[in-house]
Design a protein around this ligand. Structure first.
Ligand SMILES: Nc1ncnc2c1ncn2[C@@H]1O[C@H](COP(=O)(O)OP(=O)(O)OP(=O)(O)O)[C@@H](O)[C@H]1O
Length: 472
């Protein structure tokens, strides 16, 4: 992450000196001391560290310091005080300032003190990143490699994981593109830096632009504070751009500039920011086709596709299914706290024969659900959704108005099981219907369905429904 150091120092020469001294690679300096309303600028600046002359803070200083501490970035505040009285310094510290320095100390001492706050900020960022509340990181060594196709694939991945070049990961929905990108990041020299994922399909165009590149204060109506873009926050790390095929054309041009010059220009700002970020993009679309249809820029495609990794779908590596199923069983039984120890042979056979349109995500969901409804020590076929025992015929027939012998079909199954199964069939059919009606337009389909596009999107992922299949 690029640390933002905000300087609002009354002494212009000192401010210039500090700005020049801290123009290091992981620090972005912004100076406001010589502007007309430096306080307002400071408050809207998104700084990580704010070095400010006490005279710039509105009176009473206690409430001014409280306002700085309330900023969403939770900045480290360094206050330069003209007086040398330790009592006054103690009062400012008591009001919440992190460091108080006499502005008359030597420049060397001042630099050392600010450098110390920068170092603790770096450590804080690292600490947050490795905090136990963050899920454990996927590693390439954790991938199940029973199938030849996956063994060959992971060998290929190992050859490119340590380089700095952009990567394009292709593969069907739920196949593990983001999971792989995280593992590549974890094994690259950037592992101690941030990994930030952005789903380019999930955000409206202007929000996406600001999310990626940031914006200056006042760049557009409502931009009351400046905002730091993902590229800036991912400095020294990796940015994962999911669903790159959905990115609007004008943002594709902007992204290409970042990939070529490593420079980001926030919306409404004239000064570019230099960033060191590795880009990993992913898509489940055929980008080459999108280039021919002029939906995707050819030059960006060439820049991104130098190294392309295509994850095989689960149905093409069925040898991996039993291992993955057992892996998810271990994961969820601890998480859910159920004593389910295994999967019966028949259930495993059913899992291995299924086509998995939703790939690994669908397998995870099926195992989690099975653990929840399983009453024995082993998952059996009846704990799996109906597609695994009657190919979904029962629910489908009921939905289509046919009435099979319900008594036989539902024998030995609980009401929650039957209800869950019916509801998920109903949801799948409904979603397919609205997508057919809207030609695959998720926003429009969500409006008809009366749910949030994000919710519809998540359900489509769960069921392995691809909007492309509905495009006219
Ligand atoms: N090899 C794997 N081992 C363990 N878990 C995996 C593996 N691959 C994928 N997963 C899990 O499956 C789920 C779906 O994976 P992920 O989100 O990476 O898929 P995706 O291809 O990026 O999906 P989409 O195209 O829909 O965005 C995630 O919860 C992920 O952790």
């Amino acid at each position: 992450m690029l640390i933002k150091l905000v300087l609002a120092v009354q002494d212009k020469r000192l401010q210039k000196y500090l700005a020049q001294s801290f123009s290091l690679s992981d620090i972005r300096v912004e100076s406001f001391g010589n502007l007309v309303s430096p306080w307002q600028k400071v408050m809207r600046s998104c700084g990580d560290i704010i070095v400010i002359s006490e005279s710039i803070i509105p009176r009473p200083s206690e409430s001014g310091i409280a306002m700085l501490n309330d900023l969403p970035e939770n900045p480290t505040t360094v206050i330069l005080h003209d007086g040398d009285s330790s009592e006054e310094h103690a009062q400012l510290v008591a009001a919440g300032a992190d460091v108080v320095l006499f502005s008359g100390v030597s420049k060397k001492r001042l630099l050392e003190a600010i450098e110390t706050t920068l170092e603790s900020r770096r450590q804080l960022i690292q600490l947050n990143r490795f905090h136990p509340k963050h899920p454990t990181k996927p590693q390439l060594s954790d991938f199940v490699l029973e199938s030849d196709s996956m063994r060959i694939f992971i060998d290929e991945v190992r050859q490119v994981s340590t380089s700095n070049s952009p990567l394009l990961i292709m593969g069907e929905t739920g196949v593990g593109k983001e999971h792989l990108a995280k593992a590549i990041h974890a094994e690259s020299p950037r592992a101690t830096g941030p990994f930030i994922a952005v789903n380019t399909a999930a955000l409206p165009e202007q929000i996406l632009e600001s999310e990626l590149f940031g914006h200056a204060e006042g760049a557009f109506t409502g931009a009351v504070r400046s905002r730091r873009g993902t590229f800036e926050l991912a400095h020294n790390g990796t940015i994962f751009l999911d669903e790159i095929g959905e990115m609007p054309l004008h943002l594709q041009a902007k992204l290409l500039r970042v990939l070529q010059d490593y420079e980001v220009k926030p919306i409404g700002s004239e000064s570019p920011i230099w960033v060191d970020v590795r880009v990993i993009a992913a898509t489940n679309r055929d980008l080459e086709k999108e280039v021919t249809r002029k939906n995707f820029r050819k030059d960006l495609y060439y820049r991104l596709s130098v190294v392309t990794l295509t994850i095989p779908p689960l149905r093409k590596r069925k040898e991996d299914i039993p291992h993955m199923a057992r892996h998810f069983l271990d994961l969820y039984r601890y998480k859910i706290g159920r004593d389910v120890e295994g999967i019966s042979d028949a259930a495993m056979k059913a899992l291995s024969h299924y086509e998995w349109p939703g790939n690994v995500r669908e397998l995870m969901n099926v195992i989690e659900r099975a653990i929840l409804i399983c009453h024995d020590s082993e998952i059996s076929v009846r704990d799996l959704p109906s597609v695994f025992h009657d190919n979904g015929v029962l629910s489908t027939r009921i939905l289509d108005g046919g009435l099979p012998n319900l008594e036989t079909a539902w024998k030995g199954r609980t009401l929650p099981e039957v209800r869950d199964e019916m509801v998920s069939h109903l949801e799948r059919r409904y979603i397919e219907m609205v997508l057919r009606k809207t030609g695959g337009r998720v926003g429009k389909a969500a409006r008809i369905a009366g749910i949030h596009p994000r919710g519809l999107y998540d359900k489509m992922k769960t069921f392995g429904i691809r909007k492309e299949d509905f495009k006219r």
